[in-house]
Design a protein around this ligand. Structure first.
Ligand SMILES: N[C@@H](CCC(=O)N[C@@H](CS)C(=O)NCC(=O)O)C(=O)O
Length: 218
């Protein structure tokens, strides 16, 4: 595939949804052009492609738009999955997708309210932190005796959920790192030190219309 035919990913470095999309694309080996977005100054090209205007947005060479992070991961890994992120039994895949749903639903809701309590009415920060902690304890139990959520290998679920656990952990690092969820702490630390994390977290300047983005996987 030539560079001009690469899909374009509108992305924001610190957005956990965009991070999971980059993790999926990177693992798949798919070439793509990354356009770094500043959320308060979104490029018109992105908003035209996806009027809901959230990152990530992947625009394929035939014009197809994929604007949900979960779908970007599934698209990339459905094409090519050399690390086997989706190479599990149907039963395990169902459990994986259920866990991602829990992460995107109740856990993300608790994370937002714990991180930004002033943006919500009648929210107790501690109560929200405790709701989030329940999910972390569930992950800790899954990680007992294995390096990743569904076994020895980094899976779709690890890629989809780790960026959100990172955000939760960073709200109050002292508290998080003192809690009794040693498996999660180890899992998160290994991820933060990994080449894959470093590869998706380079800092790039804001993409400007008419410029080439950053070529990935080329
Ligand atoms: N369900 C979407 C959620 C994406 C999302 O909410 N991204 C945030 C950034 S982390 C965003 O773009 N918010 C729009 C804004 O801040 O203007 C997905 O999975 O892709």
């Amino acid at each position: 595939m030539s560079e001009t035919e690469s899909p374009v990913l509108y992305s924001f470095r610190r957005c956990p949804y965009a991070m999971r999309a980059r993790l999926g694309l990177l693992s798949s080996g798919q070439q793509f052009e990354l356009r770094e977005v500043v959320l308060r100054d979104k490029p018109a090209e992105m908003v035209v492609a996806s009027p809901k205007a959230t990152v990530p947005v992947l625009v394929l060479s035939d014009g197809t738009v994929i604007d949900e992070s979960f779908d970007v991961m599934k698209w990339a890994l459905g094409k090519n999955d050399p690390e086997g992120l989706l190479d599990y039994s149907d039963e395990k895949l169902d459990l994986m997708f259920e866990l991602v749903e829990q992460s995107d639903g109740p856990f993300k809701s608790a994370l937002d309210r714990y991180k930004y309590p002033n943006r919500y009415e009648d929210v107790s920060r501690n109560q929200q932190r405790e709701l989030g902690a329940e999910f972390i304890r569930q992950l800790d139990a899954l990680l007992d005796g294995q390096d990743h959520l569904f076994g020895a290998r980094f899976s779709f679920a690890d890629a989809a959920i780790l960026p959100f656990v990172r955000q939760f952990a960073h709200v109050d690092r002292d508290w998080f790192w003192e809690e009794d969820w040693k498996n999660v702490i180890w899992w998160l630390e290994v991820f933060l030190e990994s080449d894959r994390f470093k590869a998706i977290m380079h800092k790039y300047p804001q993409w400007q219309s008419g410029e080439a983005g950053i070529a990935f996987g080329a």
